[in-house]
Write a protein that binds this ligand. Structure first.
Ligand code: PLP
Length: 389
């Protein structure tokens, strides 16, 4: 039996930048500064520069240059961003139900209530038409959290315009989309604020937990910085609510070692995704397999390569029997989870979301995957689809 192909491989991401990461860790150990020191400050500056400059001309660069505040993880990034924008008890926050529990847990942690809106069937991302309808059917929506799922950017021009028209703020969930873009402008720069996760398997991952809030709303980002450390503006004096949600020096140094390689790592993912699409195209004309599509004008960073099949579980078992391990993101939509039950916006429920959750399958795509792996996986998928024919 050939070696097995795993569904995620954080160690491969470490090995790809091993020398730089090892040196960064040594530098922090020797420095004697382990919390909120020069590494966190430098990472915040460098990540802000990455978000602010990529894909833009020099004229636009200055006015849109952003600010980044490092926090403990992606869930905190979402929660603190919403709280800094004034969201709290009694408010409603529109988001989608095909995301990780963290998206809804962060909303609930502010005291607000999530309202799940339907997705677009082609992209599996928030449907702007359903968002518009939710503002009518669920009064009290004060914020929108679009999720750039699988590294695919949402329709940000439409979503931001709809939110503005209804007086709501936008907090982008960019946990799976570091470097993705809409019309040449990176995700994380469209909304009022954006939340990033640096969980080890994300496109930009730490070797532990990490997260960040990004944006250009200085007062809100200063509030995030106070919330992350006891409500302090200056040392030892709380000015308001706060807790401990700091990004530590080691993780910041590890992220700095990997940031210069992010675009190349994303390009590698895009090449492999292209190869999957090319190899699987012959089977995608059948009802048994649907391939992912990227909407025109958008750049995906392929956090996941997600196919759909009405016989997903059979396909998954077939791949498993050949030593190929696939993930399902996510099997249970948020409105079907006991913690968030019944919070969808429309009377009709969320049939497209539920169907997607029953059909999606992530083919292996991460820094440990080679072209030969992709060929082996694709061959196995084709074998199954043709046999089921
Ligand atoms: C990973 C993830 C989060 C949460 O990030 P953590 O760092 O694990 O707290 C939130 N939203 C999405 C879409 C994610 O993929």
């Amino acid at each position: 039996m050939p070696r097995s192909i795993v569904s995620a491989d954080p160690k491969a991401a470490y090995l790809a930048a091993k020398d730089a990461i090892d040196a960064a860790i040594r530098r922090v150990l020797d420095s004697g500064r382990y919390i909120l020191g020069p590494e966190v400050e430098a990472f915040e500056r460098e990540f802000a520069a990455y978000l602010g400059t990529a894909g833009r001309d020099a004229g636009a660069r200055e006015e849109t240059r952003g600010i980044v505040v490092g926090v403990a993880n992606g869930t905190d990034a979402l929660e603190l961003a919403l709280r800094a924008l004034g969201l709290g008890p009694g408010d409603r926050v529109a988001t989608v139900a095909n995301s990780v529990s963290a998206t809804a847990a962060a909303i609930v942690a502010t005291g607000a209530t999530p309202v799940f809106v339907e997705i677009d069937d082609a992209t599996l991302l928030m449907d702007p038409g359903a968002l518009e309808a939710a503002f009518v059917s669920s009064p009290g929506i004060k914020a929108v959290v679009p999720v750039h799922l699988y590294g695919q950017p949402c329709d940000l021009p439409s979503i931001v315009a709809i939110a503005r028209r209804h007086g709501a703020v936008v907090v982008e969930d960019c946990a799976q989309a570091h470097g993705a873009a809409c019309g040449g402008r990176l995700v994380g720069t469209w909304g009022d604020l954006a939340a990033f996760s640096f969980y080890p398997t994300k496109n930009l991952g730490a070797l532990g937990d990490g997260g960040a809030v990004a944006g250009s709303n200085r007062p809100a980002l200063e509030q995030v910085a106070r919330l992350r450390q006891y409500g302090w503006r200056t040392r030892y004096v709380s000015e308001g609510p706060g807790r401990n949600s700091r990004l530590d020096e080691l993780q910041a140094a590890i992220l700095r070692a990997q940031l210069p390689g992010l675009d190349a790592a994303n390009a590698h993912r895009a090449r492999l995704a292209g190869l999957y699409s090319q190899l699987l195209a012959p089977a995608s004309t059948r009802a048994l397999l649907r391939l992912p599509t990227v909407a025109p004008g958008r750049t995906a960073v392929w956090h996941q390569y997600v196919v759909r099949s009405p016989r997903r579980d059979e396909l998954r078992a077939h791949l498993e029997s050949q030593g190929i391990h696939c993930g399902v993101l996510y099997p249970v939509p948020l409105h079907r989870q006991p913690g968030f039950a019944g919070l969808h916006a429309s009377e009709a429920g969320l049939p497209r979301t539920e169907q997607a959750c029953a059909e999606v399958l992530s083919l292996p795509l991460h820094p440990g995957i080679t072209e030969a792996d992709v060929r082996r996986v694709a061959e196995s998928v084709l074998q199954k689809v043709e046999a089921s024919g």
